[in-house]
Design a protein around this ligand. Sequence first.
Ligand SMILES: NC(=O)C1=CN([C@@H]2O[C@H](COP(=O)(O)OP(=O)(O)OC[C@H]3O[C@@H](n4cnc5c(N)ncnc54)[C@H](O)[C@@H]3O)[C@@H](O)[C@H]2O)C=CC1
Ligand SMILES: O=C(O)[C@@H]1CCC=N1
Length: 270
Amino acid sequence: MSSDLLPPVLLVGCGKMGGALLHGWLERGLSHAVVVEPHKLSTEAFAHRVEVVPDAGAIPHAFVPEAVVFATKPQQAEAVLPSYKPFARGGALFLSIMAGKTISGLDAMLDGAAVVRAMPNTPAAIGQGFTVACAGRRVTAGQRALADRLLAATGEVAWVEAESLIDPVTAVSGGGPAYVFLLTELLERAAAEQGVPPDLARRMARATVIGSGALLGRSAEDAAVLRQNVTSPKGTTERALAVLMAERAWPALVPEAIDAATKRSRELAG
Ligand SMILES: NC(=O)C1=CN([C@@H]2O[C@H](COP(=O)(O)OP(=O)(O)OC[C@H]3O[C@@H](n4cnc5c(N)ncnc54)[C@H](O)[C@@H]3O)[C@@H](O)[C@H]2O)C=CC1
Ligand SMILES: O=C(O)[C@@H]1CCC=N1
């Protein structure tokens, strides 16, 4: 077995985000994974590359994961987590990606285990994710390095000391892909409303978002400069931006949306 492979992982919940992480790990090279997932996996390819079991009781006794990753809904945490307490005895790290669920709350459900709370996003599936993580006080340097390795296998990772930052992180980078996809949908719809044939509207909207993201990724310029580069004085973009950047439009709506999501993350703690 190559030492480059990621260590054995037990993934609890393989829906959209758990599936995205698993996809990223498999692409990167994973030694062994067991997935606890009561429903049929949406991506058939996984089923041939990992061991899927319907509940904690069906995990093979010989399987010793180095990390147990919780990717079920936050509302299910209390019902699901306690079954995994025994893995703490083997020194496993518990890594939660559940929105809102605090380290102290997770600690209580797991009887004081080593917990890392992280907030990834779905581009993790193609190695282009962004995760912000926070380590609980029982996490050893080795366990933190393991969490970093797993998360870095799916994209960029940042660590914060203040756990409270994970709530706005959830709102911005956790949910962020949804806002970009919404913009894509709206551009496509607006183009079609202007008479652009639906196929072309779809291609145009997608290519514009993909190309802009790639340009942003390769450029050292601020986003504001890249925006200004498109905006000719007295031109067409200027007219559109006058609508979008009006006081009550995006400059008010984006912070309001992020505030609503941040508050929801805090509510989910309870
Ligand atoms: N979807 C996203 O972009 C992101 C989601 N998250 C977090 O990831 C978690 C999962 O979210 P999604 O993947 O969107 O939801 P999802 O509903 O797609 O996935 C949850 C999965 O858990 C499974 N499940 C239900 N009961 C279970 C049990 N007892 N044991 C094991 N698995 C069980 C479900 O069958 C489902 O496949 C949430 O806590 C969410 O806050 C975090 C970052 C981004
Ligand atoms: O919407 C949610 O609650 C999760 C957390 C961030 C993205 N999806």
